[in-house]
Design a protein around this ligand. Structure first.
Ligand code: SAM
Length: 246
């Protein structure tokens, strides 16, 4: 195994293989729900970033809009949506993912909610969705090659008229050692193997800040997790012609 001194972004994850085992893949999406609750700090992100942006959007436009890009199995999307509904925020929520297998799983999870799915890349969502007040991603940045990162970040900003928050793994020996142990609890799926690969593909705080420059703020919110926050660049207008708001 090579060291942790640079991103091993050319490694591939088992779940990204279109021919991977479907049962293990669906178990992976299901287990992401548990894993994200344990390690992803989304309640903290909701209170600090998501809720204020949605409240501001609802105050200004009558209804707020939340988009989760690279939503995968859709558990983070649903939790954020449910928290906003519980807080009395009028919100419409979308999950975007280019992988039809992920979106099919997510749509099963969202069945009893009003969350909608868009199958596509972030670039496709720009042409499909009206501007959001909050755009989030979870565990997507490490998926991207150095060449793909700027376009993805720019796309997420163009989707948002409010804020953008990317939450992802932080690459370190400590993260890798910790997940090597913790991942043993997730059986019959790709969670442990892909999780360890993901940590090796992930950024350090300094690398991500250097890649983003002054257009964003990167912080290590735990020893294992990075947040990148940015302002959106979409205009505030809703797309009445599309029938979103009357
Ligand atoms: C590790 S999964 C994370 C899924 C989910 N957000 C979670 O935390 O459980 C990364 C997801 O990002 C999606 N993805 C990768 N590149 C993307 C892009 N450019 N635009 C939108 N989604 C992307 C992949 O299809 C995959 O479902």
């Amino acid at each position: 195994m090579s060291g942790f001194g640079s991103r091993a972004w050319s490694l591939t994850e088992r779940m990204d293989d279109p021919r991977c085992d479907g049962v293990r893949l669906n178990r992976t999406y299901a287990q992401f729900g548990t894993l994200n609750r344990l390690v992803s700090a989304w309640r903290r992100a909701y209170v600090r970033h998501v809720r204020p942006a949605l409240q501001a959007g609802a105050a200004m436009h009558g209804r707020a809009r939340l988009v989760d890009v690279g939503c995968g199995g859709g558990d983070v999307t649903l939790r954020l949506h449910d928290w906003a509904v519980r807080d009395g925020i009028p919100v419409e929520t979308f999950g975007v993912d280019p992988d039809g297998r992920a979106l099919a799983f997510a749509q099963g999870r969202w069945r009893d909610s009003s969350v909608s799915g868009v199958e596509g890349w972030v670039e496709d969502a720009i042409g499909t969705l009206p501007p959001a007040d909050m755009v989030v991603s979870n565990h997507v940045l490490h998926h991207l090659t150095p060449d793909e990162l700027p376009g993805f970040l720019d796309g997420c900003r163009r989707l948002s008229r409010g804020r953008v928050l990317h939450s992802d793994l932080l690459r370190s020996r400590l993260s890798h050692a910790g997940f090597s142990f913790m991942g043993l609890a997730f059986r019959g799926s790709f969670v442990r193997e892909d999780g360890l690969t993901s940590i090796r593909r992930a950024f350090t705080r300094q690398e991500l800040q250097a890649a983003v420059g002054p257009a964003g703020r990167v912080e290590a919110v735990t020893p294992f997790r990075l947040w990148l926050t940015q302002d959106g660049t979409a205009t505030g207008a809703d797309h009445d012609a599309n029938g979103w708001f009357s």
